[in-house]
Ligand binder design. Structure first.
Ligand code: UDP
Ligand code: MG
Length: 342
């Protein structure tokens, strides 16, 4: 067991031969149909691998019986806590809440719908023991997603990697194991716009990919729709790249150069061939084209200004309504759930 008095940064990676306490961070939003099955599967994997673990459920404002089901299980001895948020803040905020309340040596972030196979957790811990700070799941097979979702996701990753300075691995989700040093690093990031995939990549650290086939949702329905995904993509791009904002200077310079050349041509033509009145179509086309470009560029500036506005308000990322914990148990009897070390 690692010495809890040592600061995390001072721990050497050789400590990793010991069994870590794993915080399982699970954001849940109206998952009553799947949560019971999820708990059975995960608990079985943890028991078989003899993995010390604690759940950190974040109830993201569920309006069904998810929270009641979870608190029942916690009271019955399931190790961990349930952080109840005061309303639905979105998965990214829920993950942030989970990371803030995780006390383990490592954290594993996973969805409640069993699309992130818990069977991979022992392999992730092996990767961690080998010295990696991050072990992330890489989806090799996305046939459970629709072709439109796959196509748009692939286009997004390409665009993101081209525009930003960080490299987002294609087809990596939030499913990953991270070391305590990485958790502490993530907690240092103050921004309100929590594009977690980007933040995970931004903090760096040594990372290993673990390929897996992503199954379909075990039960219940997805909480995403295309409008949400579009806004999520905008959050990602504006959060990690200023290229969309700066590109207009170059567009403007290019257009001005062309306009100057065209103006010169018009002047010379008028000098040599006289005044030529018709030209309604070309004038209209130019006006419409350039007003379109201007509105578009102002709109993009607006996207950044709106986010600046949200950041400057410095509102908390989430609000906690209540925290429900497993019953306090004496240290000796809590084999499956070692006491947290901070
Ligand atoms: N989730 C959440 N808050 C939300 C939406 C989703 O905490 O506002 C949780 C959800 O309960 C699940 C995970 O995030 O555990 C992934 O959601 P979902 O399966 O709907 O997304 P998908 O897998 O379709 O991308
Ligand atoms: Mg899912």
């Amino acid at each position: 067991m690692s010495d809890p008095s040592l600061p995390y940064m001072a721990r050497s990676k050789t400590n990793r031969s010991t069994d870590p306490l794993v915080s399982l961070i699970v954001p849940v939003f109206n998952e009553e149909e799947v949560i019971g099955h999820f708990l059975d599967v995960v608990t079985k994997v943890m028991r078989e691998g003899n993995i010390a673990h604690k759940f950190v459920f974040v109830d993201d404002g569920s309006s069904d019986t998810t929270a009641a089901l979870l608190s029942e299980r916690l009271e019955a001895g399931l190790p961990g806590h349930l952080i109840g948020l005061s309303r639905n803040f979105g998965k990214e905020a829920a993950l942030t809440a989970g990371l803030d309340h995780a006390h383990g040596d490592v954290a594993v972030v996973l969805d409640a719908d069993l699309q992130d196979p818990p069977e991979l957790i022992p392999q992730m811990i092996e990767g961690w023991r080998a010295g990696y700070d991050v072990v992330y799941g890489l989806r090799v097979d996305r046939t459970s997603d629709s072709p439109l979702k796959r196509g748009s996701a692939s286009a997004f990753y390409k665009l993101f990697n081209r525009l930003s300075n960080i490299d987002l691995p294609h087809n990596a989700g939030d499913f990953r194991l991270i070391d305590r040093t990485v958790i502490e690093a993530l907690k240092e990031l103050p921004e309100r716009n929590r594009f977690m995939k980007g933040l995970f990549a931004w903090v760096g650290f040594s990372a290993m990919a673990l390929p897996y086939e992503r199954p379909a949702r075990a039960a219940g329905t997805t909480k995403w729709n295309y409008w949400k995904l579009w806004n999520f993509a905008l959050d990602g791009l504006t959060g990690f790249s200023t290229v969309p904002l700066r590109v207009w200077s170059y567009c403007g310079a290019g257009v001005a150069a062309l306009a100057f050349a065209y103006a010169l041509f018009l002047v010379l033509r008028t000098l040599f061939f006289g005044i030529d009145m018709p030209g309604y179509a070309s004038t209209m086309t130019a006006i419409l084209f350039f007003s379109g470009i201007q509105l578009l560029s102002i709109g993009i500036v607006g996207e950044y200004v709106a986010r600046l506005f949200n950041e400057t308000k410095k509102r908390p990322i989430y609000m906690v309504r209540d925290v429900i914990s497993d019953p306090e148990r004496p240290r000796e009897s809590a084999e499956q759930s070692r006491e947290s070390d901070d």
